[in-house]
Design a protein around this ligand. Structure first.
Ligand code: GDP
Ligand code: ADP
Ligand code: 5GP
Length: 208
């Protein structure tokens, strides 16, 4: 048996490109994968579950969490604050689990620094800007003003794509999901991630 340390697996994209959709498919396909549930000050959307999609908190609570050092990273995104709670990440890593992060480019950069570069970063493109807008509208969770603001930020988010290890286009969700899953699988098998041999394999390597 091989023993390896957990992977911090980041997915970013412009809003509406489908990263939450892909994240949900990954979590469903792999019960061993943990999701990092962020805290946010943005209002809850219809269909979202507090504690599952996000921990929805008010500004004062968020500021207190920052002051208490509760976040691994946090950032302003679309006029609200989003942060990655530290404790669940440490707990999951200690339990040997890989962790999925749905965070923006600022979060990816901060996490990369916190983890000494040991992060796998994947960026998801929409097939086109027109399709991005169509998906945001079809999702039906945001007002026209919010959609306009997210569209206005899309180009600037895409400009950070060079800070990622892998890039995919989310044309057909199933294909994109399989692509991301293949990346995770390959990363799991990297020689550099294996911290040692356990059980009979260690005996075999000694015998050899
Ligand atoms: P307000 O002063 O509470 O209205 O909030 P602001 O929007 O002015 O920002 C509060 C603080 O957060 C400022 O000191 C910003 O420099 C800082 N800040 C903005 N963006 C980021 C970020 O991405 N990461 C971190 N760690 N701090 C940020
Ligand atoms: P993000 O998390 O990046 O903001 P979502 O996962 O919420 O994006 O996806 C935005 C909308 O687009 C949702 O309504 C989702 O069902 C839809 N969607 C996601 N991927 C695809 C795809 N490949 N083809 C068509 N629609 C998609
Ligand atoms: P949404 O409001 O659509 O759920 O998320 C808006 C953006 O915030 C997305 O780009 C998402 O990846 C990002 N985001 C969500 N949680 C976090 C977090 O904890 N930290 C950072 N830096 N970004 C986050």
């Amino acid at each position: 048996m091989l023993k390896r340390r957990g992977i911090l697996f980041v997915i970013s994209s412009p809003s509406g490109a489908g990263k939450s959709t892909i994240a949900r498919m990954l979590l469903k396909s792999d019960p061993t994968l943990a999701m990092s549930v962020s805290a946010t000050t943005r209002p809850i959307r219809p269909g979202e579950v507090d504690g599952k999609d996000y921990n929805f908190v008010d500004l004062d609570t968020f500021k207190q969490m920052v002051a208490d050092g509760d976040f691994l990273e946090w950032a302003h995104v679309f006029g609200h604050r989003y942060g990655t709670p530290k404790k669940p990440v440490y707990d999951n890593l200690a339990a040997g689990r890989d962790i999925l992060f749905d965070i923006d480019w600022q979060g990816a950069q901060q996490l990369f620094q916190q983890a000494g570069g040991d992060v796998v970063r994947t960026f998801i493109f929409p097939p086109s800007i027109e399709e991005l807008e169509a998906r945001l509208r079809k999702r039906g969770t945001d007002s026209d003003e919010v959609i306009d603001a997210r569209m206005a930020r899309a180009a600037s988010e895409i400009s950070h794509w060079d800070g990622y290890d892998y890039v995919l286009v989310n044309e057909v969700a199933q294909d994109c999901f399989e692509g991301v899953k293949n990346i995770l699988d390959a990363e799991r098998h990297k020689r550099s991630r294996q911290t040692g041999l356990i059980g009979f394999v260690r005996g075999m390597s000694k015998a050899g």
